[in-house]
Design a protein around this ligand. Structure first.
Ligand code: LMR
Length: 420
């Protein structure tokens, strides 16, 4: 029997008001300090606009790059493989190759099967999985995070409900490492604390400890019984050689630490949107590694079940083939070298336009980013007056600087910094 119109109205108003009230208290989330910059850039119709915000490599024409080794791997993969689910821990072959990059081709730890490792949703996913693991098995622990760090690190450990502490890292006056501050903070932290370290090409500062300093840090962390967790999002981007960029990790391994590592192929293979990476935890023995891996999988299963297959196939195809791997190493070096060239060009252009400030740090810092020292207000002026988009902490993604825009960029930076 048809419901009367009045009854229908009454019902819909009851259900309507109920459903309305579910999300009434939800406020819009603040813009992401990095990805929000890309959104603003895309919305700007100016033909002069420059994006040096997000850390994503561009060629000298400002265009995104698909590496030749990736194109070739995709040709080989095409049509040859099925799209079945990967295991919860991801592609065994990809993980094996990835561990060699971090722990070394002939690593004893790999041979002894002491590493619990799973494919992760790029570096972010690897960090998040570790943070959740930390919370589950060390519920009382905290994480010490460098100041500054990649903004998303804070979100990751916050959402995993791990309390955060900070340690000194960057010295604003020298625009270099605050080594004394870092050492003090590590000494003063309670024994057995977790420390987040950037393995190379620190984001956002481009400031890495020297080899000698890494050795001291490793020794200190050992004495204090801290747990070092490395985020290695830029292996290859610091020196152009992934092997050299693993130096900090190798020092810690030689010193007998148990460590964790988040690895990512977003930057060094240009697989940004494929979300392919790896989380590894070096354990005391094989038995422990089996247990830890099973628990990492247990964390992954209710979150995303198993990781995506395509990017993992690309990586294992490249790293499993000597010819493609050699091509990859050449291409990584090419990307790093172009960035190094742009550092020199930016500094020279700043000096040429007559900036009285010192821009030495532009060439001293390494990796994808230059931590310019510009204030948020100066960055706002760059954006509003010159259509130059970057994060408000003054970080310039050197990957977005080209021979075509470096002069314009230098001139604009000079304009907004000259009264300081
Ligand atoms: C960056 O720092 O710009 C990149 O790591 C991209 C991101 O996800 O924030």
């Amino acid at each position: 029997m048809a419901l009367s119109r009045k009854l229908v109205q009454q019902r819909s108003s009851v259900f309507g008001s109920r459903s309305m009230s579910w999300w009434r208290s939800v406020e819009p989330a603040p813009k992401d300090p990095i990805l929000g910059v890309t959104e603003a850039f895309l919305a700007d119709p100016s033909p002069d606009k420059v994006n040096v915000g997000v850390g994503a490599y561009r060629d000298d024409n400002g265009k995104p790059v698909v590496l030749e080794c990736v194109r070739e791997a995709e040709r080989r993969i095409a049509g040859n493989l099925n799209m079945e689910y990967l295991p919860m821990g991801g592609s065994v072959k990809m993980v094996e190759e990835t561990l060699k990059l971090a722990y070394g081709e002939n690593s004893e730890h790999i041979k002894d099967k002491r590493i619990a490792a799973v494919q992760a949703l790029s570096g972010t996913g690897a960090c998040r999985l570790f943070a959740d693991f930390q919370k589950r098995f060390r519920p009382e622990s905290q994480i010490y995070i460098p100041v500054p760090t990649w903004a998303n690190h804070h979100n990751i450990w916050r959402d995993a409900h791990v309390p955060q502490k900070t340690f000194h890292y960057y010295h604003p006056e020298t625009k270099g490492l605050d080594f004394a501050g870092l050492v003090d903070d590590m000494k003063n932290a309670p024994n057995g604390s977790f420390f987040l370290l950037h393995a190379c090409a620190h984001n956002p500062t481009g400031v890495d400890p020297s080899e000698e300093q890494w050795k001291e840090i490793s020794k200190l962390i050992k004495e204090k019984g801290h747990f070092p967790f490395f985020d290695m999002a830029y292996q290859g981007f610091a020196s152009g050689d992934p092997e050299r960029d693993a130096k900090a990790i190798r020092i810690f391994l030689e010193d007998g630490h148990l460590i964790g590592i988040a690895q990512s192929y977003a930057k060094n293979m240009g697989l940004y949107g494929q979300r392919v990476g790896c989380l590894s935890v070096l354990c005391e023995d094989e038995k422990q590694a089996v247990a830890v891996k099973s628990q990492l999988q247990m964390l992954a299963r209710p979150m995303y079940s198993n990781p995506p297959v395509h990017g993992a196939l690309v990586v294992s195809t490249i790293l499993g083939d000597q010819e493609l791997k050699t091509l990859w190493l050449k291409e990584v070096k090419g990307m790093a070298d172009r960035i190094i060239g742009m550092r020199t060009a930016l500094r020279e252009n700043l000096e040429k336009v007559g900036s009285p400030l010192s821009w030495e740090h532009v060439t001293n810092q390494i990796g994808m980013f230059c931590y310019s020292g510009m204030t948020p207000e100066q960055v706002d002026r760059l954006t509003n007056e010159f259509h130059i988009y970057m994060t408000r902490n003054g970080r310039i993604s050197m990957a977005g600087v080209t021979t075509g825009n470096v002069g314009y960029l230098a001139n604009a930076i000079h304009e907004v910094t000259k009264s300081t």
